[in-house]
Design a protein around this ligand. Sequence first.
Ligand SMILES: C[S@@+](CC[C@H](N)C(=O)[O-])C[C@H]1O[C@@H](n2cnc3c(N)ncnc32)[C@H](O)[C@@H]1O
Length: 226
Amino acid sequence: MARRIRRHANPFHATNQVGPLDRMAVFGREAPLEVDIGCGGAGFLFERAKNHPEVDFVGFEVRLPVVQEAMARRDRLGLKNVVIYYANAHENLQGLVPPGVIRAFYVQFPDPCFKKRHHKRRMLKPVVVRRMAELLPMGGYVYAQSDVKPLAEEMYEFLAAEAALKSTLDPILTVPSPIDERTEWERHHEKNEEPIYRMWFEKVAEPSGPIPELEFRDTNPRRVEG
Ligand SMILES: C[S@@+](CC[C@H](N)C(=O)[O-])C[C@H]1O[C@@H](n2cnc3c(N)ncnc32)[C@H](O)[C@@H]1O
């Protein structure tokens, strides 16, 4: 079975600040907005941008050559409603746009960062969940997926700890994707018939109070599942 190599970049090396996003300058309009954090080559965003021309899409990615290739592909495809930024998503949600403007976030197959000293690099942390909850309108959603079961459990725990969000795929399910578009990693796992753990949370209240303090888990399946 073909294995995919995870090429890790230190997200903290991407220090640029994207916000506040001038949507008129970038997209020429203020349409509904969706954001994919850790979008890789952005195949998912391109499919979605083609299927939803009435929506604008932003991707964040910390591997510069991947961003450059994605932007070149975007230009070849002639898609004006998507842009990929070389930027650390952790540092770029606060102040990106006014609260309530982003109708959907995608967190798909984030790097598991197994080493303890790299846990803080994980995409989904309580503070990132809070920022997403602030930027969503009521009824907006976070769709997250992983192929690493213990990481998916951590992601679910962090999302569920934010009282502003409520799971609508409860518990984590290995259901077929609820949306039409696929990421590169998703296609790979589907082709190999490997499990994918999916979760969908909707905003049900304005976030308030302190950000939940939660511990990262040891998510290495070799150790966790024995
Ligand atoms: C395993 S890939 C998945 C890519 C894509 N979502 C997919 O499913 O095909 C994870 C991606 O997240 C990027 N990444 C990791 N940390 C990030 C961060 N803090 N901000 C933005 N991108 C990040 C990595 O460089 C990598 O391209």
